[in-house]
Write a protein that binds this ligand. Structure first.
Ligand code: HEM
Ligand code: CU
Length: 576
């Protein structure tokens, strides 16, 4: 309270200033957390509908089928157009409204200023603006379902000329421009905060891996998003003002010559899109890796193996991620020398990625591991994410990609990365930092049920996708049984669908646990995990301004089990 008053010119904060239009990074972090969890649920629900159609094509959607307008789902049976909208919106919502805002907006916002010993972000008002552009952008994206013809239908990649046809695409593009603006505001803030706001003694080599991960991520967002923002504006012009940036001459749509077309380049969009979207993959992955590193150091009770290797690997990944984008376009038509270039850069970027994973594995060696709930998630991340990463290699090799491109193998590959990789790590992060957010612990038994249920059902969803893809099943198909070549693997679609519904059930204990523990969880002290980093050197939850007085940092982030010390952890703020 005392802090609030002097920080805000001596007046009491109203409810609105405190919880709605707050400039406090912790409140904004929690706003991002709740909002992005809700969007994740929405994205998941859309996918739940699609999964029904994939497993049992042509049969009415149970329970909900009757709720949809008859043009979208006549007699409760999903139409092809509706399927396409669900697919495009699932991908878009999960990536841009779910995982990135959760990884960066929520965890970054809450934890980064604490870990560097800062009272807040460098630009608190800009931080608030970032959230308040994200939320309307997200709502607008959802509202696009109300457009005539429904929401966008050309995948989260929105390739023209297909994307130019559908009115929902206009709203998709508008909302993307708003969301990108929000991300840029956040990225600048994170960079300036990390550079300028570190506590005395917090040199770069004393930053926790999580901070480094957020830093590299912010550089990626800052450099990769503007081209897509510009590209989206151009596509918007094609749609609304009938320019022709992406439309070739003599385009014929549904048997009719398309009046607006002429002289444009569909491939231009693909390049601009993937110039963002490949770095975006690392945006989805680096912060979760940072979380896993924090949890592993804390629960093996020993320093991370290869801290500097991890940091240099992340920087290398950051730089290289701008040189690999066209591996998504091997079969869009490019010369052999160009595709070889992108093949080679893709193989090179996998080296630092493997280095990161290797450091995490070696960090386990010789530790006396505490198998608490956050650690279970961190441990599961390693093999599951590795499946995601390694299945990417055949997609980066031109020869094998010709076969695998646009099959369910691709869907399996990147879902191992973003679901059983990123999301698993982010869930672990919730259990890990919850005591800091609310001064209470989440229930352990419910956490374990959630963990085992989630990890096993995830494998049950995504492993079948790899099998189906290897069998040749194409992605983005409304009715997989309409093609003979899909029939032999159709059974796997049923397995994946039931696993997905089970996965949904196993989120109930998590949601209950989260909200129940906010009020009824076991009370915890300031540093319940006996961790070393700065966020554990202030009260839980931290007051406005975070630290009672500016902390001084004396040592690196992971001084666990230092010989000769009474306790097995040595906080960064402890002088001796
Ligand atoms: C348990 C959770 C999830 C399940 C069961 C699931 C399932 C699916 C399925 C079945 C498709 C393929 C649709 C088709 O080919 O027609 C798909 C596409 C996609 N998913 Fe997910 N998904 C999940 C979570 C996520 C998450 C967390 C992300 C991103 C962070 C994500 C991103 C995407 C993207 C980008 C596409 C491609 C959409 C397109 O074709 O343009 N998904 N998902
Ligand atoms: Cu890529």
């Amino acid at each position: 309270m005392a802090h609030d008053e002097h920080a805000h010119g001596g007046h009491e904060l109203s409810f609105m200033e405190r919880y709605v239009f707050s400039v406090d990074h912790k409140v904004i972090g929690l706003q991002y957390l709740i909002t992005s969890f809700i969007f994740l649920l929405v994205g998941f629900a859309l996918m739940g509908l699609m999964r029904w159609q994939l497993a049992f094509p042509g049969t009415p959607i149970p329970f909900f089928g009757g709720l949809f307008p008859s043009d979208l789902a006549p007699n409760g049976v999903m139409s092809g157009e509706f399927y396409n909208s669900l697919g495009a919106m699932h991908g878009t919502i999960m990536v841009f409204l779910g995982v990135v805002p959760l990884a960066v907006g929520a965890y970054g916002n809450y934890v980064l200023p604490l870990q560097i010993g800062a009272p807040d972000m460098a630009f608190p008002r800009m931080n608030m603006m970032s959230y308040w552009t994200y939320l309307p952008g997200g709502i607008l994206m959802l509202a696009s379902f109300l457009m005539p013809g429904g929401a966008a239908q050309s995948g989260w990649t929105s390739y023209p000329p297909l994307s130019i046809i559908n009115p929902g695409q206009t709203v998709w593009l508008l909302s993307m421009v708003i969301l990108i603006t929000s991300s840029l505001l956040g990225a600048i803030n994170f960079l300036v905060t990390t550079i300028n706001m570190r506590a005395p003694g917090m040199s770069l080599w004393r930053l926790p891996v999580f901070v480094w991960a957020q830093f590299v991520t912010s550089v990626l967002l800052l450099l990769a998003f503007p081209p897509l923002e510009a590209a989206s504006v151009l596509q918007l012009m094609d749609r609304v003002f009938h320019t022709s940036f992406y439309l070739p001459k003599d385009l014929v749509i549904l048997g009719q010559a398309y009046a607006g077309s002429g002289g444009g380049q569909p491939l231009l969009w693909q390049h601009l899109f993937w110039f963002l979207a490949h770095p975006e993959v690392y945006v989805l992955v680096l912060p979760p890796m940072g979380i896993v590193a924090e949890i592993i150091a804390n629960n093996t009770r020993k320093p991370l193996h290869g801290y500097k290797t991890m940091v240099f690997s992340m920087i290398a990944i950051g730089l290289m991620s701008f040189m690999v984008w066209a591996h998504h376009m091997f079969i869009s038509g490019m010369s052999a020398s160009l595709s070889n270039f992108f093949l080679v850069t893709t193989m090179i970027i996998s080296v630092p990625s493997v280095a990161l994973m290797t450091c995490l594995v070696f960090s386990l060696k010789g530790g006396s591991i505490r198998f608490n709930v956050p650690m279970l998630f961190a441990l599961a991340f390693i093999p599951l994410f590795a499946i995601g990463g390694l299945t990417g290699l055949p997609l980066g090799l031109t020869v094998t990609d010709i076969y695998l491109h646009d099959t369910y193998y691709v869907i399996g590959h990147f879902h191992f990365v973003v679901v059983s990789g990123s999301i698993i790590a982010l869930m672990g992060g919730t259990y890990y930092w919850f005591p800091k957010w609310y001064g209470r612990k989440m229930n352990d038994t419910l956490g374990r049920i959630h963990f085992w249920g989630t990890t096993t059902t995830m494998v049950g969803i995504f492993l079948p996708m790899l099998f189906m893809g290897l069998g040749g099943a194409s992605r983005r198909l409304y009715d997989p049984t309409a093609q003979l070549h899909n029939l032999p693997v159709q059974g796997w679609n049923v397995v994946a669908t039931y696993s997905a519904y089970l996965l949904a059930l196993f989120q109930i204990p998590f949601i209950y646990n989260f909200f129940n523990s906010m009020w009824n969880g076991e009370k915890t002290p300031e540093n319940p995990w006996q961790a070393t980093t700065l966020e554990w050197a202030c009260p839980s939850p931290p007051p406005h301004g975070n630290f009672e007085k500016t902390p001084t940092v004396y040592r690196g982030p992971y001084e666990y089990s230092v010989p000769g010390r009474k306790t097995d952890f040595w906080m960064q703020t402890d002088k001796n």
